[in-house]
Design a protein around this ligand. Structure first.
Ligand SMILES: *Cc1c(COP(=O)(O)O)cnc(C)c1O
Length: 342
């Protein structure tokens, strides 16, 4: 059988030969001792792309998010965040375990936190209730199916945060997708946020790495938090070179992933057994309509036909497009789905 068409996540991409060459050729130093020049180039480049004063390179997006929360939130306070955010579900309760901060989850119909919903979650000033330390947003929203938050919605949340005197953190693991879908720059979407986390190991196709961008004066504190969490890396230029390569070569093509997700959705439209949700970006949710189909069983049957997807609920499947799948792969996936759901 040919290699499977892997639609489980955009994290499954493998570094291309050219990216590996860039990694092999990277100029390196000890980034914990003093500096790694390639890592520094990536940090400066990322800060510029996001319109922030500075940035730090981290091993993962979980660590950038957790470090930002640690930086913004005092122990015994609250973080206001959309109820199905990565920070809520996929960081193993790090906000509680590491920062001693309580999550204030805000339910939304579609994963898009609005200023009105966030405002309603802010408590009255009282010595009996938690104080709020920060608001966090996610763009695109992973669990909501790669849902895009419009720039104006983020702006309104930034204005609310400023009014209350607290910072806004943006989990922009897929900000590249959001910017491409909206036809704006990442800087535009990052503008209302004090800190921004981005990933290089998803749509951009690097093997490892995230950056947290922030105002220049926050560098010292965030450097310490990263070090304390074990995120200081030595010859990290090897990894930063892959991220720089990804910014140079893979950022401009990300709309292809959105077109492929749409191709998959369009190919299933009107199917009696499966209903695709309209994808904003590269994440497609598929709802199984027949009584007898379960997501777990369909995942196994598709895998047997060389198409890997994930169950995202008892009747929901998630398929994610990325650098390593092309339109022809989507057509093969469509044929496999048609076969399984005959
Ligand atoms: C993937 C992801 C992260 C970070 O994940 P890591 O695997 O730790 O890099 C953070 N936020 C969102 C929305 C994500 O999708």
């Amino acid at each position: 059988m040919n290699a499977p068409i892997d639609l489980r996540s955009d994290t499954v991409t493998r570094p291309s030969p050219a990216m590996r060459r860039a990694m092999a050729d990277a100029e390196v130093g000890d980034d914990v001792l003093d500096a790694d020049p390639t890592t520094r180039r990536l940090e400066e480049r990322t800060a510029a792309i996001l319109g922030k004063g500075d940035a730090l390179f981290f091993p993962s997006g979980t660590q950038t998010n957790q470090s930002a929360v640690w930086f913004h939130c005092r122990r015994g306070t609250e973080l206001v965040v959309e109820a199905n955010a990565h920070l809520v579900h996929y960081e193993v309760a790090g906000v509680a375990a590491l920062s001693g901060t309580q999550i204030r989850p805000v339910a939304t119909p579609d994963g898009v936190l609005t200023a009105a919903l966030a405002r309603a979650a802010l408590r009255p000033a009282s010595p009996h209730v938690p104080r709020v330390s920060a608001i966090a947003i996610e763009n695109t929203h992973n669990a909501a199916g790669g849902k895009v938050m419009p720039a104006e919605t983020a702006d309104a949340l930034g204005a609310l945060a400023a009014e209350v005197g607290i910072p806004l953190h943006l989990d922009g693991a897929r900000i590249w997708n959001a910017a491409a879908a909206l036809g704006v720059t990442p800087e535009r979407l990052a503008r209302p946020a004090r800190t921004v986390s981005v990933c290089f190991s998803k749509g951009l196709g690097a093997p490892v790495g995230s950056c947290l961008a922030f105002p220049a004066e926050a560098r010292r504190d965030l450097w310490e938090i990263r070090k304390r969490l074990g995120g200081g890396m030595r010859q990290s230029g090897i990894l930063a070179a892959a991220a720089l390569y990804a910014l140079d070569h893979n950022l401009g093509r990300i709309a292809e992933d959105h077109a492929n997700a749409k191709r998959l959705a369009d190919g299933l439209r009107g199917h009696p057994a499966v209903a695709p949700l309209a994808p904003d970006t590269n994440i497609l949710m598929l709802d199984l309509l027949r009584e007898r189909d379960t997501a777990d069983a369909v995942v196994v049957q598709l895998a047997a036909r060389g198409v890997l997807v994930t169950a995202f609920g008892p009747k929901r499947i998630r398929a994610v497009t990325h650098l390593d799948v092309c339109a022809a792969d989507i057509d093969k996936a469509l044929a496999a789905i048609a076969d399984v759901l005959r």
